[in-house]
Every structure is written in structure tokens, then in C-alpha cells.
Design a protein around this ligand. Sequence first.
Ligand code: ZN
Length: 179
Amino acid sequence: MFLPEPDLVNELLHVKHVERAIELSKMGVATGNYPFGSLLVVDGLTVGEAWNTTATDHDATKHAELSLVSRATRELSAEQLQRSILYTSCEPCPMCTGAIYWAGIPTIVYACPTRVLSEISGDPFVLPCREIYQQGGVTKSVVGPILEEKAAKVLRDFWNKPNAPTGLRSLSPFSSEDP
Ligand SMILES: [Zn+2]
């Protein structure tokens, strides 16, 4: 029987979960929010999913990752969190990177890098999560970009619309319909 290398198995699992994160980013758009989605996986099982709801909740902290971390820390044990992997359609911002650290989640896997998000959205706030952990003297496992083009396409489709917001700080729900 052919058994693939463990690294390849890990990579295929990462791709599968990153694809789901990208699907969730489209849920954000469909509900009138920014195009970001995340999920948390423990021992190979998805234990939570979230998408950005900053516009519909009129709350700047409702990033997909932060909502997910907030729920996960209430519902999961510290041991489960220590075995978890956070998958996200876009590299986490400094706020979410901090929350992921405080939650004790050891691994982040992202699709689109923050630098590319900045280019597409026009928002200048770029601080890669690896640099944040490095400057903070913390070792975390960060994997990505994975499926960068697929994730970036969702971002481009969102910001290329004529009625798209400038940057990332609007808190008014967006029309998910084409004008
Ligand atoms: Zn964030």
C-alpha cells in the first residue's frame, strides 16, 4: 500500500482547510461584510468557523479570527487550544495575531499575505504576523501563503466593485449585489 509522506499529508490537510476558510470569506461578502473567513481545527476536526461581521455588527473588532478565538476560549479547554490550528483566508492583523497568542493557539495557516491585502484594499496597515511574534520574542508556527491566488481573487472581486469601500475601516454593511 502506498502511504504518502507525513509532510505531504499535512500539506493536503492544510489545503483542504484553507479552501474552507476561503469559502467562509465569501460568506462574509454574502452577508454584507468584508471578505475574510477562518476556522479552528483540533485533532483534524473543525470545532468552529467564523467570517468577518464588522459591518453588520457595526463593531471594528469582529474580525473572523477574533470572533473565532473569543468563542474558542470560552468553549474549549486549554489542552484543546494547545492542539489547535487556526486557518484563515488572509494573514491575521496585529489585533487578531495578539488574540491568537493570548488564546494559546500554537499554529496559524493563512492563504493570502497581509501585503497583498494591502495592495488590493488600499489600506496601508501592513504588519506580517511572523514579524509580530518575532519582535515579541515568541515562537509560533506560521504556515502560508497557501492558495494565495484563490484567496486574493475573492479580495479583488470585492474591492473591484464600483461601490466597494476604500480600505478596511468602513462599518456600514456593503451590498453583496452587483450594482
Ligand atoms: Zn484581525
